[in-house]
Every structure is written in structure tokens, then in C-alpha cells.
Design a protein around this ligand. Structure first.
Ligand SMILES: Nc1ncnc2c1ncn2[C@@H]1O[C@H](COP(=O)(O)OP(=O)(O)O)[C@@H](O)[C@H]1O
Ligand SMILES: [Mg+2]
Length: 286
């Protein structure tokens, strides 16, 4: 297992690049995680057009832990996850109908929030790995390049850091210039994770990151998730209850757009407080 060394940017330029911009500053307010959690969802309703998809969601997602969302298909797991970096904004008619999502002390739905910097701080990995048709190296440093980092040494450092953090360095260090499409599916997904973490987000969102992977690649990604929580707050959607048990510190059970129960993973699976949760984890519906 590769354990990444703590990231120590040697060059000032990287530090500058990673330093908050004007918008990030509000964002990086010191009123952070603490008891309130890294992500604080306050009585949020969410709609697709006139259709309500999420009802009164209220939760505190803690920092540097893995939180899993489980529940039957169509219950709103992805919708809720996508509220945390406002990627739902891209869907016509999709909008938060009431409530707030507070990240590091700031309501990310305030008008002055810049969604580009938000998404730098709240990275995302999708179900189907989606590397760009570029080299492994260019995939990893993509976010830095579009932020204006030009110095080769800085890009190299960031690339090494991200690939090590994604447990991919040993497999890729001798082929950085090769096209990413030459990697296996599991490697491509870890490359997408490296790409997301190269810009050092606070939060990493993962929507069923293993559902396109074989069992061995799945276990590798799960192992990686356990390492990532040392540096990042991880929120993962999974339809696989065993996966939630293996990787998550906390588990949220959703049903028909509502958050039915949110507790530590052991409680959810061994002593759920809600009948609906119990029925679901016993496999009485799916
Ligand atoms: N782009 C969309 N437009 C309209 N409705 C959507 C869209 N995406 C999801 N929905 C609806 O929102 C609900 C929750 O979906 P989703 O968040 O994808 O659930 P899950 O991830 O738990 O399977 C479902 O009823 C789904 O049909
Ligand atoms: Mg989904």
C-alpha cells in the first residue's frame, strides 16, 4: 500500500496558486468544521422544475471522515451529493427551493459564491471514470494548468503528490507521458481521483465510484478511500451496502427524497433506529 508523504509545496508559486482567491477567502472563513461539521445542510428542499426531489434535508457531515449515502435507486442520493458542489446548477430547472448548504461557514448558495472556486474546494469523482484524452500527467495537472500554474517543477510536484495520494504513483511513474486511455478501468478511476485531489480540495464527492469496476479494482479504490480521509472529507454514494460498511464512518439512509436516518455506520447496520432503515438493510426492499 502506498502512503503518500504529506504534501509540502516547495515552490512559492504553488502556495500562491492554492491560496484563496478573493472569493475563496469568504469561503475559507475560519468558522470551519468544528462541531458544525464540514458540510452543514440546513432544512434543504431541492427541486427539478416543479418536482421536489429532496425534502427537509438536515445533516452535519464531519471533517476528515467518510460519509456514505445509501438507499434505493431514485431516492435522491446523487441529487444530494451534487448539491454540495452545485453541479446540479447545470441542469435546467434544478434549484434549491429552501434551506442552506454551509461549507466552512459559508452558504454555498449565496449569490456571491463563485462556483469555479467552490468546485476547486469540493472535488468530484463520477460513476464512470472519465479521463481526458491526454497523457496521464496532463490529466493530473489539468486543474492546476487551468488555474494558471505554469512552472514545470510545481506541476511535477503536484503530479507526484496527487498520484501518490491516489495510490497510483508506482504504477504510473514511468509512463506519465502515455495516454491515460492505456490504463485499466480501475487505474483510470484512480487517475480521476488523482485529478480531483491535485488541486487540494477540502471535500471529495464520489458518486458510485466503483460501480463500473471489477471486484479487485473495487477493493483497491476502497482501500484508497480509507487513506484519503486522512487528508480529505469524503462523501460517497453507494448502492452497495457492504461497501458502506467497509469504508464509511457514518452512513445516511435515504428514502423517497428524505433523509431517514444518519448515524455512525455500525449503528445503521446493527442497531438502526428507524423501521424503514431496518427493512432496507435486511433487504426487504431495494
Ligand atoms: N436531471 C434530472 N431531471 C429531473 N429529475 C431528475 C433528474 N435527476 C434525477 N431526477 C429525479 O430525482 C430523483 C432522485 O434521483 P437521484 O438523485 O438520481 O437518485 P439516486 O442517486 O438515489 O438513484 C428521482 O426521482 C429522479 O428521477
Ligand atoms: Mg445516483
Amino acid at each position: 500500500m502506498v502512503t503518500a508523504a504529506p504534501y509540502e509545496p516547495k515552490k512559492k508559486q504553488i502556495v500562491d496558486h492554492l491560496a484563496p482567491t478573493a472569493v475563496d477567502k469568504t469561503f475559507n472563513s475560519k468558522a470551519t468544521a468544528g462541531e458544525e461539521g464540514m458540510i452543514s445542510v440546513r432544512d434543504m428542499d431541492f427541486n427539478y422544475g416543479a418536482k421536489r426531489a429532496l425534502h427537509h434535508i438536515q445533516m452535519e457531515i464531519p471533517s476528515k471522515q467518510v460519509t456514505a449515502f445509501i438507499g434505493p435507486s431514485g431516492c435522491g442520493k446523487s441529487t444530494l451529493l451534487r448539491c454540495f458542489n452545485r453541479i446540479n446548477d447545470r441542469i435546467q430547472g434544478a434549484h434549491i427551493a429552501s434551506g442552506q448548504v454551509i461549507i466552512k461557514g459559508k452558504n454555498i448558495y449565496d449569490k456571491d459564491v463563485d462556483t469555479t472556486s467552490l468546485r476547486r474546494q469540493v472535488g468530484m469523482v463520477f460513476q464512470k471514470y472519465n479521463p481526458f484524452p491526454k497523457s496521464i500527467y496532463e490529466n493530473v495537472v489539468y486543474g492546476l494548468r487551468i488555474s494558471g500554474v505554469k512552472k514545470k517543477a510545481d506541476l511535477n510536484d503536484a503530479c507526484e503528490y496527487a498520484l501518490k495520494s491516489a495510490a497510483l504513483w508506482d504504477e504510473c511513474k514511468d509512463r506519465l507521458k502515455q495516454n491515460a486511455f492505456g490504463l485499466s478501468g480501475g487505474q483510470m478511476q484512480r487517475l480521476c481521483i488523482a485529478r480531483a485531489i491535485a488541486v487540494k480540495p477540502d471535500i471529495l464527492l464520489m458518486d458510485e465510484p466503483c460501480s463500473a469496476l471489477d471486484p479487485i479494482a473495487t477493493l483497491k479504490v476502497e482501500e484508497l478511500i480509507l487513506q484519503l480521509k486522512e487528508q480529505f472529507t469524503v462523501v460517497i454514494v453507494t448502492h452497495n451496502m457492504q461497501q458502506a460498511r467497509r469504508v464509511a464512518d457514518l452512513t445516511a439512509f435515504m428514502y423517497l427524497g428524505e433523509l431517514i436516518e444518519f448515524a455512525d455506520t455500525l449503528t445503521i447496520f446493527s442497531n438502526p433506529q428507524q423501521l424503514k432503515t431496518e427493512e432496507y438493510i435486511r433487504g426487504q426492499f431495494s
